[in-house]
Design a protein around this ligand. Structure first.
Ligand code: BES
Ligand code: ZN
Ligand code: ZN
Length: 409
């Protein structure tokens, strides 16, 4: 774990994961972890050890069972550490569920399956669930969600989950997540090298689901509405096209300049709906842009917000959980660039533009004055290789960040 004076909770998590890797290579079945010097505080250290133990032992085993598995880890802790152990194990197990949901074939995990999954998870966790199908979306005028979903054989859905754990006077938070079950790019088809991992594109929505499951299971004292638009972005005789002009739920019109900039479309309608629910704040999570991966890589998510308090809180939760965020700009100069010629907005620009910022600037048009933060998780949601306690593939990123953030509301 290195020297005491430079030790962080992330260092503890990584230390535990190297111990687990070593134990696996030695074919050990059980493992016991303890510490003698609680230099970062006992509670925090026990939590970090439990997190890493749960996260580092996860494998997606359905199609290829692992050669070696660790059957039991015991953590040396005191009786009074039971609550932090329980919280860490439960939260990290939900991050593992998130990895499991995303790892499965995208053909299986289509929008109908997302509805089934949301219903199951919500029912078990005691959350209220509401599903808007195609007909309802048409009635409401959610043309952007309908357009993105039109090329697929499994139709679009918008799914709401509600958790009311807050006493009166407690905050109401809207969590909105991008739920593209597979992003082919549509008519602006993605090339080889970019399309292979696109089952990740539902990570935003499923992180919202996993975070709400966590909040309910931990009985957090807060109210949450989760808004999860699900579509499959496909090519077919009915798919939407570049040049199409859509009337969004908010009333703003949008010209489609690129069918691969589909996330901001479904989020635009979902955010406008979120605003109507009068939450104290909105946080959205989306694997929105390749440009964010270019800017920040896989360790840090892009954070866009003009609300100082949200920025501070999300940043602090990021530092504590190791799911880090970095504040990127969002102001009028950028949003003006997204204005259309024959419509209020266009959905994408071409040329040398800051893609992650432009994505955020587009979304800003749909949140009005509600305090809002956008997390671009395109880099953090999927890792090209295993590092420390995070496996190759879906990382489960964001569940622990949101749990920490919600707990402190
Ligand atoms: N789902 C992608 C973004 C993405 C890229 C997620 C890499 C995860 C890893 C998104 O829908 C997309 O294709 N964005 C375009 C936007 C562009 C057309 C303005 C992009 O980033 O190229
Ligand atoms: Zn796309
Ligand atoms: Zn996408």
């Amino acid at each position: 774990m290195g020297e005491e004076k430079s030790l962080s909770l992330e260092g503890v998590r990584r230390g535990v994961s190297s111990g687990i890797d070593r134990a696996l290579s030695m074919k050990l079945k059980t493992l016991s972890i303890g510490f003698q010097n609680a230099c970062l505080g006992e509670v925090a250290m026990v939590g970090a050890i439990a997190d890493a133990s749960v996260l580092a032992t996860y494998v997606f085993s359905k199609y290829k069972p692992p050669k070696n598995v660790i059957e039991r880890i015991s953590i040396k802790a005191r009786d009074k550490h039971q609550p932090v152990l329980k919280r860490a194990i439960l939260t990290s197990e939900n991050a593992n569920f998130l990895k499991e949901w995303i790892s499965e074939s995208p053909t299986i995990m289509n929008t109908a399956e997302m509805e089934k999954l949301c219903r199951e998870v919500c029912e078990k966790a005691g959350l209220k669930v509401t599903v808007f199908g195609e007909e309802k979306l048409r009635e409401m005028g959610m043309e952007m969600i309908l357009a993105v979903g039109r090329g697929a054989s499994s139709g679009p859905r918008m799914i709401l989950a509600e958790y009311n754990g807050g006493a009166s006077g407690k905050k109401k938070i809207a969590l909105v997540g991008k739920g593209i079950t597979f992003d082919s790019g549509g008519m602006n088809l993605k090339p080889t090298g970019h399309i292979e991992t696109m089952k990740i594109d539902k990570a935003g929505a499923l992180t919202v689901l996993a975070a709400m499951k966590t909040a309910a299971e931990l009985k957090l004292n807060v109210n949450i509405i989760g808004i999860m638009p699900f579509c499959e972005n496909m090519i077919g005789p009915n798919s939407y096209k570049p040049g199409d002009i859509l009337r969004s739920y908010s009333g703003k019109t949008v010209e489609i300049t690129n069918t691969d900039a589909e996330g901001r479309l479904i989020l635009g309608d979902a955010l406008a709906y979120a605003v109507e629910q009068k939450p104290d704040c909105i946080i959205d999570l989306a694997t929105l842009t390749g440009a964010c991966v270019a800017a920040l890589g896989e360790f840090t998510a892009g954070l866009f917000s003009s609300d100082k308090e949200l920025v501070k809180k999300l940043y602090e939760s990021g530092e504590i959980t190791g799911e880090r965020v970095w504040h990127l700009p969002l102001h009028k100069d950028y949003s003006k660039e997204m204005e259309g010629n024959i419509s209020d907005l266009k959905n994408a620009l071409t040329g040398r533009v800051p893609g992650a910022v432009m994505g955020a600037a587009f979304l800003q048009n749909f949140v009005g004055k509600t305090p809002w933060a956008h997390l671009d998780i395109a880099g953090t949601a999927w890792w090209d290789k295993k590092r420390y306690y995070v496996p190759q593939g879906p990382t489960g990123w964001g569940v622990r960040l949101l749990a920490d953030f919600l707990e402190k509301m």
